[in-house]
Design a binder for this molecule. Structure first.
Ligand SMILES: Nc1ncnc2c1ncn2[C@@H]1O[C@H](COP(=O)(O)OP(=O)(O)OP(=O)(O)O)[C@@H](O)[C@H]1O
Ligand SMILES: [Mg+2]
Length: 265
């Protein structure tokens, strides 16, 4: 197993006058399972876009396993070992599920033969319990199944670090369980995850470490327990509470988490 090391140094991204990501630094060491949370517009997706090469940073550097990856193209970042899924699912709708799985390998010119790729694709389908869907067009899949197909495509590339942007949003509970299982199983196989979600229950349960973004800045980096009790984090989620709009994040259960914490002590 290769040694996984991601190093993000003072990363920033400006959109005109708006600083969407502000001086963010953190590291991923080994097969960690990290959650990334933050109110809407905090900069989570923008940070992901910087990490996977879709956006060029306004400042800062990113190293993956010792190789500098900021400023290189997404396919080169993928080859270097970082893969991501999208908040809005992207699949080749007019291709079959099997063809969708074979595309990443072909696009990245992996050395594996077509036969080896197909064998791997069947393993991925089996893992997803998707064998029966192999010849369906991607467009005929449900939203949740499309998310799983995206996860399957990632497995074909076998990245060291996987960033999932809202994998549970709008997914049927049954498929949610499957995605949950995917994350824990692939993590146990030695892959690192950065999981972005507004589903607080899930993310606090799954993650061993949490990164919290607010207005583009990393305001906390610690264990779920540390983050839960961090006054800056509580302020970020509850500070904007307002009679008309409520909290900045509709599904947040920080109220409850804070109460539970209180009960336990
Ligand atoms: N391409 C862009 N051009 C201009 N502004 C952008 C662009 N992409 C994002 N932004 C802005 O950058 C900020 C961060 O947005 P981002 O999508 O990264 O937040 P997020 O944390 O992913 O939010 P959500 O939880 O709603 O997905 C927001 O103010 C957003 O409007
Ligand atoms: Mg987002």
């Amino acid at each position: 197993m290769s040694q996984i090391h991601l190093q993000v140094n003072n990363l920033s991204k400006d959109f005109g006058g708006l600083r969407a990501v502000n001086n963010v630094s953190f590291e991923v060491n080994g097969p960690e399972l990290i959650g990334m949370i933050g109110p809407n517009g905090a900069g989570k997706t923008t940070l992901t876009n910087l990490l996977d090469g879709a956006l060029i940073p306004s400042g800062g550097t990113i190293y993956l396993n010792g190789k500098r990856i900021d400023g290189i193209k997404p396919y080169q970042v993928a080859r270097a070992g970082l893969g991501r899924t999208f908040q809005v699912t992207r699949s080749f709708r007019r291709m079959t599920v099997m063809e969708n799985l074979l595309v990443p390998g072909m696009a990245l010119h992996t050395t594996a033969s077509r036969k080896a790729q197909e064998k791997k694709a069947w393993e991925v389908l089996e893992f997803l319990t998707f064998e029966h869907l192999a010849n369906e067009y991607a467009r005929s899949l449900s939203g949740g199944q499309q998310k799983l197909l995206e996860l399957g495509r990632l497995l074909m590339l076998d990245p060291d670090i996987i960033i999932l942007d809202e994998p549970f949003a709008g997914v049927h509970p049954k498929l949610m369980e499957k995605i949950y299982e995917y994350i824990t199983t692939v993590n146990a196989r030695g892959k690192a995850f950065i999981l972005i979600s507004h589903d607080m229950d899930t993310i606090f349960t799954l993650s061993k470490r949490l990164l919290v973004l607010n207005f583009g800045s990393l305001i906390a980096d610690g264990t779920p327990d540390e983050v839960r009790q961090d006054p800056t984090v509580i302020e970020a989620y509850l500070g904007e509470e307002d009679e008309e709009y409520g909290t900045a994040m509709p599904v947040v259960d920080v109220h409850q988490l804070v109460e539970e914490e209180g009960d336990a002590s």
